[in-house]
Design a protein around this ligand. Structure first.
Ligand code: ZN
Length: 339
């Protein structure tokens, strides 16, 4: 737990100084795993309500609380508090860097260039921002992560329901789900859980590897929810594909010589596309991001008149929205659907 420690008290091995976040005149040493960061009390107290309280309230009389280290810097006596934290050094490195750059204000500039920002950075800002009440950083990062993974919030010149999935690496989905649970940000759950579903993504491994080699699996309860959701996902996909291809197109365009009428082309799609829903290697995604690019759909496109192709494309987007709205129910997240 948190607490001021006398330097060296009860430590098994001495931590290594971080090569980047170590300031000789620093007033606060954070010991995280085997790393020591030396920064400034004022920096942490300014951004974090938890550190502010820690430095203003008198320390509790507990055996792990010792006096701060005093040392001389340029002839001045500097008091340096030592705090042991039960977190990840990788995550604290990200957070300290961003706090030195101005906290959420510095982050907002980088958020506007999402490709510069690794998801694991955002996860660190959210996890530690929530835990240590660095509210601005936490909220800015949650919004940035939502924009990464929610197609409704895609900030691009494309229509939000155009045929491009969110630019989000599916291997990161398990840790997004875990973190959403820890910090209570349920809006992140439905799409992240869809990406954790093997019925949709057969290559899903269930474990994410961070850049420092730490591996984190999807939590058991949500893994179970994803398994339970399997047949609901298949049914939702079949229903959506049905609604795209089965209603008559009502075409009045005369087919070109050598071409079949549009309705006949649509009828021919039924079997191939419904079989594709449960393809063991490349099943159709319930949100149908690839449906219009599917081989049989592309073949149909060359036969359909422009008006019918537009109608079919519009149906895909409409059904994508229908499926999106049912994801909370499919994954047993009804209690958060209004969140
Ligand atoms: Zn037509």
């Amino acid at each position: 737990m948190l607490g001021y420690n006398a330097p060296g008290a009860g430590e098994v091995s001495s931590p290594k100084r971080d090569s980047e976040l170590w300031f000789e005149d620093g007033t606060l040493e954070l010991i995280v795993e085997d790393t020591a960061f030396r920064v400034y009390k004022g920096l942490l107290a300014h951004h974090s309500a938890v550190f502010k309280d820690m430095f203003t309230l008198p320390p509790l009389p507990a055996p792990n609380i010792g006096s701060a280290e005093s040392r001389s810097v340029d002839g001045n006596l500097v008091q340096c508090a030592v705090v042991h934290l039960p977190d990840s050094a990788r995550e604290w490195r990200y957070v300290l860097r961003v706090l030195i750059m101005g906290g959420a204000r510095g982050l907002r500039e980088r958020v506007s260039r999402p490709l510069d920002l690794k998801t694991e950075e955002l996860l660190a800002y959210i996890r530690l921002g929530h835990k240590y009440q660095i509210e601005d950083l936490c909220q800015t990062s949650v919004k940035a992560l939502e924009r990464h993974i929610n197609p409704l919030l895609l900030s691009s010149s494309l229509s939000p329901w155009d045929d491009h999935p969110p630019f989000f690496d599916a291997t990161e989905a398990p840790v997004v789900v875990n973190l959403a649970r820890v910090v209570g940000e349920c809006s992140l759950l439905p799409y992240a859980m869809l990406l954790c579903s093997r019925s949709v993504y057969p290559k899903f491994t269930g474990v994410f590897s961070y850049s420092d080699g730490t591996r984190e699996p999807l939590n058991k309860a949500d893994e179970e929810r994803c398994v339970q959701a399997t047949h609901h996902l298949v049914l939702a996909t079949i229903s959506a594909v049905h609604s795209v291809i089965l209603p008559p197109v009502g075409c009045t365009t005369q087919p070109l010589p050598g071409k079949v009428p549009c309705q006949q082309t649509m009828d021919g799609l039924t079997r191939t596309l419904l079989l594709a829903v449960t393809s063991p290697t490349r099943p159709l995604d319930p949100l149908m991001w690839d449906l219009l690019r599917h081989d049989s759909m592309q073949a149909a496109k060359s036969s359909l008149c422009l008006r019918c192709w537009d109608e079919v494309s519009g149906r895909v987007r409409q059904q994508r929205r229908v499926v999106w709205n049912t994801l909370p129910t499919i994954f047993g997240l009804e209690d958060i659907s209004g969140a």
